[in-house]
Each structure stands twice: as C-alpha cells, then as structure tokens.
Design a protein around this ligand. Structure first.
Ligand code: GUN
Length: 284
C-alpha cells in the first residue's frame, strides 16, 4: 500500500483564509483587532522559529501579535510579573508562553497564572477540565489541529481504535481527551515510555498518533496495514527535520500519513489564530 499524504500546509491555508475573513469582519464591526501576546524566554533555536512562524501567521490573517523576549536569566518572578501585566492589558486577547522554558523556571505556576479567558494554548487547568467535560472554551492547538485534519480528510474516528504514543500535557493527554469525546467516539489507548510491548499495541491502531519526541520512533512494522498515521513529532537531526515516525517505511503500510514538516505543525498555528480570534470575540 502507498499512503495518501495528508497535506497540513494546504488544509491550514484554507483554515487561515477563513480566519482572515472572519477577523476582517469582526474588526470592521467592533473596531477591535485580535491581539496575541507571545512570550519567549531564552534562546532555544526551535522555539524562536515556532514563535516567528506564529507571529507571521498572525500578521497574514490580520491579527496583531506582540513578542515579549526575555533573557535566559529571567527569574520566575519576572516572568510571572509579565504574565500579570498581559492579563491586565485590555488590548491583549491571547497570551502564549512558549514552552519549554529554561530549566530553572517552573512552567506550572506560570501557565496557572494566565487568565483562562486569554489562555489560547488551552493549557490552563480550568480549560483542560472544560475540554475533558466536553464543554470547551479553548481547545489545545495541536490536538485540535489533528482533529481538523482528520475531519478534512473524511477520516471518521467513531468506533476506531486510536492509539496515542506519548502522554505530554501539550499533546498526548489532550489528544486522547479529544478522541474519546462524544462525537469523536474513538476507543483510545495511550502508550508511553513504561508501556510493555508497545509495538503489539500500536499494531492494533486504526489511527496512530505519534507524539513521543523521539526521532523515527515508529517503524513500519509497528503499523497495521491501512492505518492512518499522524506524526506530531518535530525533531532536528543533523540539521534535518524528522518526525516521530520513520516516514518511508510507514507510508508503505499506512492508508494515509502526515509528513514532517508540512503536516501537523501548520495546523497548530491555524488553531492558535482561531483561538485568539475567539478570545477577542468573547472580550467585546
Ligand atoms: N511548545 C511546543 N508546542 C507548543 C505549543 O503548542 N504552545 C506553546 N506555548 N509551547 C509549545
């Protein structure tokens, strides 16, 4: 079998087009320009690229974005003070603190301190809870982007066995949470570093979502023939970007697969813009 490539660039472009139109209409009507404030601490090269891409996407869609760059030596208090300032700023609708933070900083109190109605990443415990209860305020961007891609490709999740590899708060856990919701109706298994005989489980997946952060962790023989493979990984190996899936071997087995780059990544950004627009709408 040779898999269909799910083109995240293409799907996200049409999502962004829609967001740009809605943003223009909203701004004309309300006089308010949706505004994302991004916070980048330190100089992690990958984070710099991600944040720049988010800023560019905002500009292209008519949203305002402001980048707050803090040095790698920033203290916990300085970062918390900045979040407090952005929380209080009525012109800011969405706040994003790019992760990972430098090792000396604790992300939990920082994310907890973001106003839930400005938490466009969907990381605040209140928003995680609302999502899990099926009454979301902001859906987390990467898992939401994955659901949108599946929908666009007419890949139904109902009654399917979805296997998620990885249990991070950013992707693995919320991904499982969305797949199991009423409406998505998948049967979900979450695998992680302590899972015994992981290949035996991934081989049962109708839909396999790889979010482990290990380059090419998923080999061709871990995939059931005809499965849909979603690769959330972005790993830099010898200056080349590779996913968590060994792409060529997986494409031999799968019926559909997302590439890296150009798969899930662009969808994450589109969903962030969507959340920022919704935050702005809710603020008026
Ligand atoms: N680091 C990797 N992915 C993300 C994301 O979606 N949001 C934030 N804030 N940081 C990230």
């Amino acid at each position: 079998m040779s898999a269909t490539i799910i083109d995240g660039k293409l799907i996200s472009a049409s999502a962004r087009q829609q967001i740009a139109e809605e943003t223009a209409a909203f701004t004309t009507e309300s006089g308010v320009t949706p505004h994302l404030a991004a916070v980048l601490v330190g100089d992690d090269p990958a984070s710099q690229v991600y944040v720049r891409n988010k800023e560019r996407a905002c500009e292209k869609c008519g949203l305002k974005s402001t980048l707050h760059r803090l040095s790698a030596e920033t203290t916990q208090q300085q970062l918390m003070d900045l979040v407090a300032q952005l929380n209080a700023d009525r012109t800011v609708h969405g706040i994003l603190v790019q992760l990972p933070l430098p090792n000396h900083l604790d992300s939990t109190p920082v994310l907890d301190s973001i106003r839930p109605d400005k938490d466009v990443d969907g990381f605040h415990p209140e928003n995680v809870g609302l999502m899990l209860q099926g009454r979301p305020r902001f859906l987390p961007c990467t898992p939401h982007g994955v659901m949108k891609m599946l929908e666009h490709e007419n890949i139904s999740t109902a009654g399917k066995h979805a296997v998620v590899i990885g249990r991070s708060d950013i992707v693995g856990k919320p991904m499982a949470g969305l797949l199991v919701q009423k409406g998505a109706d998948a049967t979900v298994t979450v695998c992680h570093s302590r899972t015994a005989d992981i290949a035996a489980i991934t081989r049962q997946a109708d839909i396999l979502v790889a979010a482990v952060g290990i380059p090419e962790f998923v080999k061709g023989d871990m995939i059931k023939p005809g499965a849909v493979v979603i690769d959330v990984g972005i790993n830099r190996v010898n200056d080349k970007l590779v996913g968590d899936v060994e792409f060529a071997a997986a494409a031999e087995q799968a019926s559909a697969i997302t590439p890296v780059p150009g798969g899930v990544g662009p969808m994450t950004i589109a969903m962030l813009l969507r959340n920022t627009l919704e935050a702005a709408k809710q603020s008026v």
